[in-house]
Write a protein that binds this ligand. Structure first.
Ligand SMILES: [Zn+2]
Length: 270
């Protein structure tokens, strides 16, 4: 089982102290992750530190050192309450909008990336939510790969290549304490433990706790051979996904959302 790492919400005003702390950790194990860069961030929740003036130069430097860049939405603003085809959340910047509206957002993001010299064909949907119009508009704007979905290896669907993410990192954090080999949330007996299986663990450095930093420290220390750089992930073959695979993935995402929102209500005493 190979494990790659993905960092979401990379913006000029992110929490730079936490980001640098995580970068140093990855550097010490020579692991280069995938980062989701928001081309034109207008989400106030992501404005934590004063915006870094040399942001795009910094991103170029990361790319030069082997980091992989995905376009993470356009403005990172949720304008719909749709979960789309991978309904982990009921909010989206894209799902539910018309094809033309989605195309305009993606074109705007693409123009900014091009102006800043960033070339990528990888897309990361805010809140993981996209629909068929998103996929159509992505292909129209030169994106052919997407970091999302569940599964144990990259797969092809609707003319795109999907790089799956782990089902439950929080569970993985807890399990890792008792059995590091199960850190990805997959059981040893699962086909996901096949040597060619690969999954991406998602994290948001802006909100990373000390506990999560500890999880990644142990993950990197205990799995030096299995944790791979994202460029290695991109070299893995992508198998065609069946309708049944897609259906299973949809219900896993919907089920996870229901469990998470049920727990939140429980905590809120509702
Ligand atoms: Zn995000």
């Amino acid at each position: 089982m190979k494990i790659a790492i993905r960092l979401d919400d990379i913006t000029p005003g992110m929490d730079w102290k936490k980001f640098e702390r995580f970068r140093e950790l990855l550097d010490s194990y020579d692991v280069q992750p995938l980062i989701g860069v928001v081309p034109d961030c207008r989400d106030p929740k992501l404005d934590i530190d004063p915006p870094r003036e040399d942001f795009w130069e910094y991103i170029h430097a990361l790319e030069d050192s082997g980091w992989v860049i995905a376009m993470h939405g356009c403005h990172h603003l949720y304008t719909t309450s749709e979960g789309g085809l991978f309904p982990l959340n009921r909010k989206s910047e894209f799902a539910g909008l018309s094809y033309e509206e989605q195309l305009a957002l993606l074109r705007h993001g693409r123009e900014i990336f091009t102006a800043k010299g960033i070339r990528t064909d990888l897309f990361m949907a805010p809140s993981h939510s996209y629909d068929l119009n998103t996929l159509r508009a992505l292909k129209e704007t030169g994106f052919h790969r997407i970091t999302d979905g569940f599964g144990s290896s990259p797969y092809q669907w609707e003319g795109m290549i999907f790089y799956p993410i782990s089902f439950d990192k929080n569970r993985a954090v807890r399990m890792e304490k008792s059995d590091p080999a199960r850190a990805t949330g997959m059981h040893r007996a699962s086909p996901a433990y096949a040597p060619d299986a690969a999954v991406t663990i998602v994290t948001h450095t802006n909100v990373m706790s000390d506990g999560e930093f500890g999880f990644f420290e142990r993950l990197l220390k205990n799995n030096t051979e299995n944790v791979i750089s994202y460029r290695e992930m991109l070299k893995m073959p992508a198998k065609p996904a069946s309708r049944a695979d897609r259906l299973k993935e949809y219900w896993m995402a919907a089920g996870k959302r229901m469990i998470v929102s049920g727990l939140a209500k429980l905590h809120a005493g509702a």
